[in-house]
Design a binder for this molecule. Structure first.
Ligand code: OAD
Length: 231
């Protein structure tokens, strides 16, 4: 296939993972130096850990919020935000919880795995944005603990978010997957849905991934350089 350029497509979905934010200084999850090499998710990223010791789980998430707050969106986030701005045919479906797409100015961001910047109390049906670093309190006035509105291991993805994301994915003619290893389901299945509907699929990743073979074009390089090459 000849070079893929954004201008040749009408409906575009950017499908992003942790590698999208790597150039901002945020560690990915897998591979050398990855988050899950350093931390055991069973201690920090599942409901049972939170039920056992919410303060301990909050320490981990507080540190992540602090680390992300200290980072800036990178050139890749900015390129995407400029394409999304004012164009409802361009959207972002992300597995990232860092909010950097939005900080770069992108609207229409579907967060499959939730956000570091939202908290909720399930028992009270409460959910709120919270950008305090550090958090002023981890407890609601009722005494119940806020929990991060993040999809932890063993949690289900929100069905309304899945539906909205899949509507965009099934309707796009170009899907650009950026910085994801393609091993976490159901998210990893989403690009296949676009392919089944006839979309062109581009993978941006310095390395081959578990899903590389489904892509029409694989661009081996960093998110920002490869996105810039598609302008
Ligand atoms: P991974 O850590 O599994 O994969 C990150 C990918 O980014 C790898 O394939 C890297 O090769 C690639 N990468 C690294 N630097 C890059 C760069 N500068 N430009 C482009 N790509 C780069 O992260 P995800 O696939 O996002 O879930 O992980 C999926 C989910 O697993 C996450 O959303 C998280 C995690 O457990 C939850 O927390 C629910």
């Amino acid at each position: 296939m000849s070079e893929v350029k954004f201008k040749d497509f009408g409906k575009i979905v950017f499908f992003t993972g942790a590698g999208m934010s790597a150039e901002s200084g945020i560690p990915t999850y897998r591979g050398k130096g990855g988050m899950w090499e350093k931390y055991n998710y069973e201690d920090y990223a599942c409901q049972s850990a939170f039920d056992r010791d919410p303060e301990h789980v909050w320490e981990f998430h507080e540190a992540r919020r602090q680390a992300v707050a200290d980072c800036e969106p990178n050139r890749g986030h900015q390129i995407i935000a400029e394409l999304v701005q004012g164009n409802e045919n361009v959207s972002v479906v992300t597995q990232n919880i860092d909010g950097l797409h939005q900080r770069a100015g992108a609207k229409q961001v579907f967060e499959l795995h939730g956000s570091l910047w939202r908290v909720r109390v399930d028992a009270l049906g409460l959910i709120e944005e919270n950008f305090d670093v550090p958090m002023k309190t981890y407890q609601h006035s009722s005494g119940a603990y806020w929990r991060p509105d993040i999809v932890w291991f063993g949690d289900h993805l929100r069905s309304d978010v899945i539906q909205a994301a899949l509507d965009k994915i099934k309707g796009c003619d170009l899907l650009v997957s950026i910085g994801t290893s393609g091993v976490v389901f159901p998210a990893a299945q989403f690009p296949i849905e676009a392919k089944l509907k006839g979309a062109t699929l581009v993978e941006i990743n310095p390395e081959e991934t578990a899903m590389s073979e489904i892509y029409d074009v694989c661009l081996r390089g960093s998110a920002s350089d490869m996105l810039a090459s598609m302008l």
